[in-house]
Design a protein around this ligand. Structure first.
Ligand code: MRU
Length: 353
């Protein structure tokens, strides 16, 4: 399979060190930071050096490898007990993206069954998590692109659900890359995505790296764009999908879903099954990260808000399943998601194109 428009890899592990593209400084600078301890990596996740649900999960898996190297060298008899505090610290880095907990649980299961030096077997598990995420994105890209039946469609995406937010290629941007390669999409609009500007800084940068033209809008322009009939699909990723199909994603996603329904624009969520949390019955039970009010009161390091103003800064919102036209995963897609369809998808019985 030849994959086009696929040049960005935000995470790499080499010679017992983890390297992350620093997403806080893109697009002004493209630099990698080197990590040798899991505590440093937990801080990097918290500080948004790396972000995006699948990328956080992959990074945490490699952080467990770093922790295992350190703990085994420290005390080869008790390392399995000592590593628990490193895993706990990683689990506390960000609360909403379920891929983090999925990856940590997977690493823990392998740790439980290990004998001897853990480096090589754990590195293999982390590499598999990384590679399988990229493969899932290729599959989702193909499935999602098939759902776009319009000719010469224009789409709107929110935040960054691209290569930078995953192992590579992206979820929502994977669908967009694939549909662009098939010449189904001719125009990609991206929301700026205040306050972190993942759209303006990251989505715009990665689209342009792969020579896909992109048009930025302020979030407040989305309604007008849809009213003028300029959008066929809104395509977004997810941080966690509840068992009933409710979707937690970057703050602002819910508003776009309401606008899309009102204007008869289709709304697609692309996410691997590692983002579906069968232990959470409905969206209102998903923990939503609250971030510092400084992120809203400032634009980058410059204060823009009036002195004395306060800010409310939830990082995510929940879009009810009844506003979602399609959830696309690597196992297939479901339309108009609900509890029964999600359960069937997770047990392997979904629509595949
Ligand atoms: O706060 P962020 O930048 O980690 O939020 C990321 C998102 O909301 C993405 O849309 C989501 O993680 C899907 S990434 C494929």
């Amino acid at each position: 399979m030849v994959i086009q428009y696929d040049t960005i890899r935000p995470i790499r592990f080499d010679n017992k060190k983890l390297y992350l593209i620093d997403q806080r400084v893109l697009p002004t600078k493209k630099t990698e930071i080197e990590y040798t301890s899991s505590a440093q990596v937990a801080a990097a996740i918290k500080d948004m050096v790396v972000r995006g649900a699948p990328a956080i999960g992959i990074t945490a898996a490699y952080a467990v490898v770093l922790a295992a190297i350190q703990r085994y060298a420290e005390d080869s008899k008790n390392w399995k007990r000592l590593i628990q505090q490193d895993i706990q610290f990683l689990a506390e880095s960000r609360p909403t993206a379920v891929n983090l907990f999925w990856a940590l649980n997977k690493m823990q299961t392998h740790i439980n069954n290990l004998q001897g030096d853990p480096f090589s077997p754990l590195k293999t598990v982390a590499d598999d998590i990384h590679q399988q995420d990229i493969e899932a994105n290729y599959t989702m890209g193909k499935i999602g692109a098939e759902l776009i039946v319009q000719q010469s469609a224009a789409v709107l995406t929110h935040c960054n659900a691209g290569a930078l937010a995953t192992g590579g290629y992206g979820t929502a941007l994977g669908v967009i890359r694939s549909a662009y390669a098939d010449k189904k999409i001719i125009k990609v609009y991206a929301d700026e995505t205040r306050p972190w500007l993942q759209g303006a800084r990251l989505t715009a940068w990665e689209m342009l790296q792969d020579n896909i033209p992109v048009t930025l809008i302020a979030e407040s322009a989305a309604a007008s764009l849809m009213q003028q009939g300029k959008i066929s699909w809104v395509i977004v990723g997810a941080d966690r999908i509840a068992a009933n199909g409710d979707v937690a994603n970057k703050i602002g996603t819910y508003g776009l879903a309401i606008l899309a329904r009102y204007h008869r624009v289709k709304f697609m969520v692309a996410a691997p099954t590692t983002t579906i949390d069968m232990n959470i019955t409905q969206g209102q039970d998903i923990p939503i990260e609250q971030r510092s009010s400084d992120e809203v009161l400032h634009c980058s390091e410059h204060r823009v808000a009036a002195e004395g103003a306060q800010a409310w800064n939830p990082a995510f919102d929940v879009t009810p399943a009844n506003l979602v036209d399609a959830i696309v995963t690597e196992k297939g897609f479901i339309e108009n998601p609900n509890t029964i369809k999600i359960a069937s998808l997770m047990s392997g019985g979904s629509n595949k194109i």
